[in-house]
Design a protein around this ligand. Structure first.
Ligand code: FPP
Length: 264
């Protein structure tokens, strides 16, 4: 099984009340298109356009890792034409964006079983990961042919194949065998388009993630919407099953985290 390269060192969070890692279930492209009497693929294209402002707003706010759920292991059940269009869109987006992402120091990682992707897409993915492997300003994980259950099964198979002593398996060993190895778990998982489900996304890693669901459809989810999600997160008390420790709360606004880093 091909896996993304191990990530470069992750900076410590600039602000304890902001997430270091945000995962997004980008739902609602189809509904967005239907509302406009457009084909579903037009919704997916609009979905791609929505990514950049959200990424930039996250970066500005000091969120270091963004994980986008682009295609699940279940999405192969969609009509063949839609699957083909989505795969083409992934390839085109990598071709168009990878250079600039690299220039901005963004490390790209693709999470999922890539063996089912076309050879051409696998090549693009591998090249994008290799080009950006040393980039440390931010990490963009794109989950393609990703399933949380499949990821856990793959991890256990990998551990079994490595002849690890499975009777002494512990949680860090499993975390280290997941596609996200080396990365902190998501602090916040955002789902657009209103469904109250996790849909097989980062099942292991989401154990203590805060969930934020908005009715906004993904193509309409922009800078203001992610800002609202971060503000909402910053007001939560994360207990991890224990008694909460008080943390300093500072208003969230673009650039504040960068200033906090520079002041350190
Ligand atoms: C869910 O909306 C969306 C998807 C299954 C695809 C998401 C993909 C993108 C936004 C493109 C991302 C591209 C890159 C390169 C990261 P839906 O079609 O299920 O919407 P619906 O529930 O309204 O029908």
């Amino acid at each position: 099984m091909q896996r993304p390269p191990a990530p470069a060192a992750i900076p410590l969070p600039a602000r304890p009340d902001l997430p270091r890692h945000v995962g997004i279930i980008m739902d609602g492209n189809g509904r967005w298109a239907r509302q406009r009497h457009l084909p579903r693929v037009a919704g997916h294209r609009a979905g791609v356009r929505a990514i950049r402002p959200v990424m930039e707003a996250c970066h500005q706010a000091g969120v270091h890792i963004l994980t986008l759920y682009a295609f699940s292991t279940e999405n192969w059940q969609r009509p063949r034409g839609e699957v083909t269009a989505l795969m083409r869109l992934f390839g085109e987006t990598i071709d168009r964006e990878v250079g600039e992402l690299h220039d901005n120091g963004v490390q790209i990682r693709v999470l999922g079983d890539r063996s089912a992707l076309s050879e051409s897409l696998q090549r693009k993915v591998a090249q994008a990961e290799a080009l950006t492997a040393g980039d440390t300003a931010a990490i963009l994980n794109v989950a393609i042919n990703y399933g949380g259950r499949r990821e856990i099964v793959d991890a256990i198979r990998e551990l079994a194949a490595s002849r690890a002593d499975l009777s002494s398996l512990d949680e860090p060993a499993i975390s280290d065998a997941l596609y996200t190895r080396g990365l902190p778990d998501p602090d916040l998982i955002v789902r657009t388009a209103g469904e109250l489900r996790i849909s097989n996304f980062l099942l292991w890693q989401a154990a203590y993630a805060e969930l934020y669901v908005t009715d906004t459809l993904w193509p309409d989810f922009g800078e203001k919407a992610i800002h609202d999600a971060l503000v909402d997160y910053s007001s939560r008390e994360r207990k991890f099953g224990a008694i909460p420790e008080p943390i300093e709360r500072i208003p969230v606004h673009a650039g504040s985290a960068q200033r906090a880093i520079r002041q350190e």
